[in-house]
Design a protein around this ligand. Sequence first.
Ligand SMILES: [Zn+2]
Length: 67
Amino acid sequence: MELTEEEKREEARKEELRMIVEMIDASMALAVKKGKHPLTDGCSCIVCAERRKQLIRGPEPEWKYWL
Ligand SMILES: [Zn+2]
């Protein structure tokens, strides 16, 4: 069975999503395995990735409102 261009694009997008989800899973598993640790160069766990993002973005603005 031949896939149409549209279907091929759809498959590629699903594959990409699957890879992103796997990457996040792996970085979470790594964070759990390593436990609490300071920001480490080259560490790809979710905690270090988030800390790096925050260093680039600057601190989150303080939350002033209660829901
Ligand atoms: Zn880490």
